[in-house]
Design a protein around this ligand. Sequence first.
Ligand code: AMP
Ligand code: ZN
Length: 431
Amino acid sequence: MQFWHKELETLPRQKLEELQLERLKKTLQKVYQKVPHYRKKIQDSAINPSEIKSINDIKKLPFTTKEDLFVDYPYGLLAIPTERAIRLHTSSGTTGKPKAIFFSKKDINNSAELIARSLVMTGATKKDILQNSMTYGLFTGALVMHYGAEKVGILVIPAGPGNTERQINLMRDFGTTMLHITPSYALYVASVIYDKGIDPKKDLKLKRAYLGAEPYSEETRRKIEEMLGIDIYNCYGLTEMNGPGVGFECIYKEGLHIWEDNFLMEVVNPETGQSVSDGEIGELVLTTLNREAMPLIRYRTRDLTRVIPEPCKCGRVHRRISRILGRSDDMFIVKGVNIFPQQIEQVLMGIKGVAQNYQIVLEAFDEMVVRVEIDRDLFDGKIEKLVRLKEEIVDKIRSNVMVKPKVELLEPGTLPISEGKAKRVIDKRTI
Ligand code: AMP
Ligand code: ZN
């Protein structure tokens, strides 16, 4: 088996921090010289790049926010001449322009190496066959994974999302051993496999799946693992940081190792911007340490997580974060209570009889309606069961999020199917 950057995964912490400092200094010099927007920001701050003596000094530098990406859009933050950029990826928010990120040849190679390292960490080898069911295109998810898997020598099936029949045929015909897919689509694909009476353990060769691009709960992981008889690894990234491969789970599946030789991580209180202690929940802030085209300093990801203070059983020096709780943008407020869609999902996926699809509708007067598809066999006349199931869902959601929802039980197939990132919340209060 080929290892990727083995020396970088196991080096002593002190050596890793020395490498981080060296790369941080280089990155700062570079943006100071090449990016007028950063030069101004740094000049306005309390520190000069030459005064950076430890990685902790980064806290004296200003944050980069999403809004900074729109200054002199789209090339404003480019640190290389435009002709040296060879790829563009974008990430669209809910409103306004997409965030545009450029890659140099070296950046493309580096992002692929991080994926290769991550895949190998989970036991993947060149004998594996990866069905890449993420969207190919401006979204980083599919292409970055594709290049990384090829680097390992894995056979990649560039399936893209959707056409579930075809997805299953590809799995059968080519003996797919690994999937790269969003959690919401994975739930759907697993339910179709189940409904078709396919026994994944006998009829398919699937061993593992990489799920990312949107928040999901431990319950969802477990549910899909059980339905397909595979191991699921959480895979985290964002366009602004190359896409997937920023953080990845190892075989212990207890949080994501952030590749700290490439990304300097901080977790801050989203309101004050002050660092929180290890183990406390806050917003993940990342600085690129090895990026050529578009380095970003102290980028506010808006993703909420915490550093897991204990070292991982695998012995890797790179610290772990817990699964993403949610984006601060995804949080909604009902009756004065802050709720993340993932909290509702966690409750639903732990209840027997609940199928894979659900939707949260926020109605006038702060009414939260949870629309839930339920297992097909429960629809076969067992009305008694439905009343009890409905009560169970209401009670469990109320005790978890402190708001009593209205629950609507639906037949499977009623709600729209998500093939990429799912839209779980419909807020009618603002329409
Ligand atoms: P994009 O830039 O469009 O790829 O979106 C990146 C965002 O997707 C991140 O900032 C997270 O909010 C979310 N995301 C990506 N991977 C995960 C993951 N494994 N768990 C939770 N959220 C994720
Ligand atoms: Zn580990």
